[in-house]
Design a protein around this ligand. Structure first.
Ligand code: CA
Length: 227
């Protein structure tokens, strides 16, 4: 399991590297946000641990940039403050979990393993993601319900991939707009766009065994139906 650790506190980074290697991870250390972003975009990692307070580029900005190309990478944030603002910002940037400093290594280790189990459970052969009867192929940007190909526009694909990558967690409208920021201009400028696209996706997901729930005032959440 290849892990990227972005932490600027040299003593803490040294200790964590040693403990993580002892726990079986192959660890790469980035001392600032710019190096973290570079390594995460140039190389494959199975999981990333990002300190929020990093020099050059803070952890949340690294996360936002990385999410644009790797919506499914499990990311855990380290935050020095147990602050609601940081948690909300982290959620909006697409974090999967948090640990608040100071923390005990066993807690970090347990959370990393939980994230890895979750990401492996949903990734099938060939880098595809399976959820209910829905299957996504991230690299081909295609999706199927049972064996039927879903006909998806660029924005519909981006929305679906984002919801699936954060399944069980609220995806905010800001996150959706961010995921769309590089998408096809011909789709831009439709009134109530997010609601319209969610409505269309819900129709296309009928029979998929997953539901897009509206979380009033917050955003949307994708859940696998109980079986
Ligand atoms: Ca720091």
């Amino acid at each position: 399991m290849k892990l990227l650790l972005a932490e600027d506190d040299a003593l803490l980074a040294d200790a964590l590297c040693t403990q993580l290697r002892g726990a079986g991870f192959e660890v790469e250390h980035a001392p600032n946000g710019a190096v973290a972003e570079y390594l995460l975009t140039k190389q494959h990692h199975d999981i990333a641990v990002l300190d929020i307070g990093l020099p050059m580029l803070d952890g949340l900005s690294v996360l936002q940039k990385v999410r644009q190309t790797q919506p499914l990478l499990p990311v855990l944030l380290l935050t020095a403050r147990d602050s609601l603002d940081d948690r909300v910002a982290g959620l909006q940037a697409g974090a999967d979990d948090y640990v608040t400093k100071p923390f005990d290594f066993p807690e970090l280790q347990a959370r990393l393993h939980a994230l890895l189990r979750r990401s492996q459970r949903h990734s099938g052969p060939g880098g595809s993601t399976q959820l209910g009867r829905l299957r996504l192929d991230d690299s081909a940007r295609r999706a199927w319900v049972n064996q039927d190909t879903m006909e998806l526009s660029g924005r519909e694909w981006s929305l679906l991939a984002l919801l699936v990558s954060q399944q069980g967690q609220v995806v905010t409208k800001d996150q959706i707009n961010q995921a769309w920021s590089g998408s096809d201009a011909s789709e831009v400028g439709q009134g109530n766009a997010i609601e319209v696209y969610v409505h269309r996706l819900r129709r296309k997901l009928e029979g998929a065994g997953v539901t897009i729930r509206t979380v009033r005032g917050l955003g949307y959440l994708l859940e696998a139906d109980a079986t």
